[in-house]
Design a binder for this molecule. Structure first.
Ligand code: AN0
Ligand code: CP
Length: 320
């Protein structure tokens, strides 16, 4: 595997899940693969889980890691070609990316949607520059339109906790004071459908996601109706995708906050969220602290999804 940006890159998802569970049981058995290999992790945005779990995964594989927070200590980067660079940005991404490629064997990139230009975001302009100009295998650590390491970890977590072959998995929009990307819900929807679950998405009108990611899921605007009989509830805020409100918050209705009221109509559903989560905006304290909450196991499985992806890259791209 040379690039990891979506579920399609994993090929057979069931095989990838089996491989991940194998990695989880024997996480230090692949150290030979990473000897004298270096992972470079590039962050354009903040992170707790991705930073720690991906670094841990690389260490499990015997790799060295370098972490760069582009906005703290590196030169400010211009990303547009053709710009006369007489402003506050001393370096262009078109030089910075191949330079980064010189010092590593694999690159992970975190670069959120900027909400300046929908087309630039959905064409993954920043990620594509890494793919085209770094000369290295590249994986997403959440880019503009997807967070496939998170979604892979979430699916591994569901597989570990499901009690029926085809659980009902409900992804619900929930309120938030900031405008957040669609990356996490895009990837979760895509992975959950690919995993073969019954997937229902519930959201206020106007929050419809890009259908390329939600194809195969059912949309239900009535949140209580959507929750009926759910085996897993996956909460997330996202900003509007559709024009003319792209990147904006168009609903602040706190009745969407996941609480005991909605959980009561589920099939004793597990509660899931990728974290970081704003308590009592997205979910009440009692639900996230309750016995059915999976937020910590999901975070723990981030180490496993990252290790599985990096292992595949080492096996096929880095044994030179
Ligand atoms: C980010 C998001 O919603 O995409 C990262 C989630 C993993 N969340 C925030 O910025 C709060
Ligand atoms: N879930 C997740 O990716 O968390 P971070 O933003 O802290 O990395």
């Amino acid at each position: 595997m040379r690039y990891y940006t979506s579920v399609a890159d994993l090929g057979d998802l069931q095989a990838a899940i089996r491989e991940a569970l194998e990695v989880k049981a024997h996480r230090f058995d692949y150290q030979h693969l990473g000897k004298n290999k270096t992972l470079l992790m590039i962050f354009f945005n903040s992170s707790l889980r991705t930073r720690l779990s991906t670094q841990k995964a690389a260490m499990n594989l015997g790799m060295n890691t370098i972490v760069l927070d582009v906005n703290q200590g590196a030169w400010k980067l211009e990303t547009e070609r053709g710009v006369i660079m007489d402003g506050d940005k001393p370096e262009h991404l078109l030089e910075a990316v191949p330079v980064m490629g010189c010092y590593c064997d694999i690159i992970g990139v975190r670069s959120f949607a900027r909400f300046e230009n929908k087309r630039d975001d959905y064409e993954e302009k920043i990620l594509q520059q890494f793919i085209q100009h770094s000369g290295r295998p590249v994986f997403s650590m959440e880019v503009a339109t997807g967070h496939p390491l998170q979604a892979f970890a979430d699916i591994i977590t569901i597989e570990e906790h499901k009690t029926v072959a085809r659980p009902k998995v409900v992804m619900t929009w929930a309120p938030h004071p900031r405008c957040l990307p669609q990356a996490v819900p895009n990837s979760f929807a895509q992975f959950a459908v690919a995993a073969g679950y019954e997937v229902v998405i519930t959201q206020p009108k106007g929050y419809e996601l890009d259908e390329r990611f939600t194809e195969g899921a059912t949309i239900e605007y009535d949140q209580m109706k959507a929750f009926e009989g759910a085996d897993f509830v996956y909460a997330k805020n996202w900003s509007a995708y559709r024009d003319p409100y792209y990147g904006q918050n168009i609903c602040t209705d706190r009745s969407w906050t996941v609480s005991a009221r909605q959980m009561a109509v589920t099939n004793d559903a597990h509660f899931m969220h990728c974290l970081p989560v704003r308590r009592n905006m997205i979910v009440t304290d009692d639900v996230i602290e309750g016995p059915r909450s999976l937020v910590i196991p999901e975070a723990a499985n981030r180490e496993i999804s990252a290790e599985t992806v990096i292992k595949r890259m080492l096996e096929t791209e880095c044994q030179y």
